[in-house]
Every structure is written in structure tokens, then in C-alpha cells.
Ligand binder design. Structure first.
Ligand SMILES: C[S@@+](CC[C@H](N)C(=O)[O-])C[C@H]1O[C@@H](n2cnc3c(N)ncnc32)[C@H](O)[C@@H]1O
Length: 304
């Protein structure tokens, strides 16, 4: 997954082709509407105010891709210092401000595991002629064992899921690099009980290719997105190890209604009785059957 997405020459995200938007493989909130950035700008300015306008307050966006969200935030809040971190860029140390991300965590490579012959085993990748195929083997890292310890789905022969060790490492690193401020993460995912639910026996690893969702992980290597839902409980626990305390975990819909009331009221009034792309975009972001409940918002805070 790491090579398919991030190989320097052939990786899906590193090959420099269009992957997000109408001519790519999938949409994200910033690619769908500038309103998303306008709303987040308000949140970032609130963070700055809550911290007492410290000198050097800055926003560092993880996985900011080609800078769409940055551009939209800066239109609303032009005086924010805002840096995008992409694959291979170092993280700034001693940040006073906010680490922000949209759909960053779901793009990190995961380990695949399956219950086979009564115990957790790892799914490795082997070559089979011109293609790749699954190969079962022992767990490759003791942290996987600790992660899986005690999960009731261990009794379900054939149960498959994914574990994201890199996400935990990243979160610890963010806690260490943040001197004071916030980590604001927006992504699709669940808390642990739901993540490892018996109702999800094939896990959440998915592929996006030209706006089609499928689960043929080995098709089109380097030309399709591979993504897994986020285990937010694991992110919260990893953050705690590095001094990040969760202050909010909620659905994107509820969250945006909370921070966007004024803007939504202004748009509703201005566009009443007309077709409005802005109202359509708000609907897309907050309706529970669209992005409002699948996407979650986690805010963690470090005070010193
Ligand atoms: C699903 S895309 C989301 C892009 C953008 N945030 C948006 O919402 O449209 C995931 C992004 O995370 C970036 N990414 C993945 N691993 C990364 C890493 N280790 N460091 C920095 N960026 C990374 C990818 O290159 C890609 O741009």
C-alpha cells in the first residue's frame, strides 16, 4: 500500500497526475466547495483567540495536497500563517498553533489482518504471474498483537480488518512537535467498538478509481486510491501519550452547523427562493446521508 500510494516515481499520490476532483478518482470537501475552507478559517481564528493571540501562531496542514484548502482558508483569514506539509516534508518543531488535516489519516498505509485457523494472521502480498495475491503469515509487529488483544471478533473465522500503526506514530509525533495549541482532524471513521464491529467482517479498506468504489486492492497499482477508515479511539489514545487531550469528537454535520451558523443564515437569506450552489454544497457537507455523519471531527489540545 505504501509503494502503491507513495513510491517516488510510480506512487498514486507522488506521480503528479490529477487524483482529486471531477477529472480524478474522488472528491474531498475542499475540492467540492470553498465553503469548507471558509468555515474552517473561522475555527482557526477562534483557536487563535482562545490561545490569546500568541506571537508566531501558525497553521500546519498535513496532506494539504495542492493547497486548495489553504487557498480557501486564506481568502477568509488572510493574516494566518499557513503551511502545507506533503509527503517527505519535515514537520516543524515547537509549533504554537494548529495541526490541521482533512482526509490525511485515511491515506496512510495500513496492515491487513484476518482471523484464520482460529487466530489473527497478517495478510501479506505476493506476486502471482502478472498480478499480486494475498498470502497469510504471522503478525509482523508486536504492536499489532497488542492492538488486537481482547477484540471479540477474534472468534469470527475469516474476519478481516486493517490496523494503522503509522497513524499512531504520526499522532505521537504531532504531540511532540506541538508546543501549545490544537490538532484538528477531519476524516471518515469510527470509534473502536464500531470499527471492529461484527457487522463489518471485511473491514473498510477500499479503492477509488475514476469515481468508482471497489475492493480489488491489487488492480491498477499506482493508478487507484487505496484508503481505510480511521480508528479514532487509537488516535485519541496515541495523542494522550504525547500530551494531547481530546476536547471534541463529533460528526462533521453537527460540527459544521455549530461553527457555521452565521454563515449558513447569511447564505439562506441571500439565496432564498433561488437555486443555490452554496446551499447545495452545505447540504452535501452536513446531511447525515451524505458527508455529515460518515465524516468525524476530532479536536485535541495541548496546553503546555
Ligand atoms: C486523501 S488525500 C487528501 C487531500 C486533501 N487534504 C483534501 O482533502 O483534498 C491525502 C493526502 O495526504 C497526503 N499524505 C499522505 N501521506 C503523507 C505523509 N506521510 N506526509 C504528508 N502528506 C501525506 C497525500 O499525498 C495526499 O495529498
Amino acid at each position: 500500500m505504501d509503494l502503491a500510494l507513495y513510491h517516488p516515481a510510480a506512487g498514486y499520490y507522488t506521480r503528479n497526475r490529477t487524483v482529486i476532483g471531477p477529472r480524478g478518482d474522488y472528491f474531498t470537501s475542499p475540492s467540492a466547495t470553498p465553503l469548507f475552507g471558509r468555515l474552517l478559517a473561522r475555527q482557526l481564528m477562534d483557536f487563535r483567540e482562545e490561545m490569546g493571540y500568541p506571537a508566531g501562531f501558525a497553521v500546519v496542514e498535513l496532506g494539504g495536497h495542492r493547497g486548495q484548502l489553504r487557498q480557501d482558508v486564506l481568502l477568509e483569514a488572510p493574516d494566518l500563517a499557513y503551511q502545507v506539509v506533503e509527503v517527505g516534508d519535515p514537520l516543524p518543531a515547537g509549533l504554537v498553533g494548529c495541526f490541521l488535516s482533512n482526509e490525511f489519516w485515511d491515506a496512510l498505509p495500513v496492515h491487513r489482518v484476518r482471523v484464520a485457523e482460529g487466530r489473527w494472521q497478517e495478510i501479506y502480498v505476493r506476486e502471482e504471474g502478472e498480478r499480486f495475491a494475498d498470502e497469510m503469515g504471522p503478525l509482523s509487529d508486536p504492536r499489532l498483537e497488542a492492538y488486537l488483544d481482547g477484540l471479540p471478533v477474534a472468534w469470527m473465522e475469516g474476519y478481516e480488518t486493517t490496523l494503522n500503526l503509522q497513524a499512531q506514530e504520526w499522532m505521537v509525533q504531532l504531540g511532540q512537535c506541538l508546543e501549545r495549541g490544537f490538532v484538528l482532524s477531519i476524516d471518515y471513521g469510527f470509534e473502536r467498538e464500531e470499527y471492529f464491529s461484527p457487522h463489518r467482517p471485511k473491514g473498510t479498506l477500499r479503492c477509488y478509481h475514476r469515481h468508482t468504489l471497489h475492493d480489488d486492492y491489487y488492480a491498477h497499482p499506482g493508478e487507484q486510491d487505496l484508503t481505510a477508515h480511521v480508528d479514532f479511539s487509537a488516535l485519541i489514545e496515541a495523542g494522550r501519550q504525547a500530551g494531547l487531550e481530546p476536547t471534541l469528537f463529533t460528526d462533521q454535520g453537527r460540527y459544521l452547523v455549530g461553527i457555521g451558523q452565521e454563515l449558513f443564515a447569511e447564505i439562506a437569506e441571500r439565496t432564498a427562493g433561488q437555486f443555490s450552489r452554496e446551499r447545495q454544497a452545505i447540504h452535501q457537507l452536513i446531511h447525515p446521508s451524505l458527508m455529515g455523519s460518515a465524516f468525524k471531527v476530532l479536536i485535541q489540545k495541548k496546553t503546555s
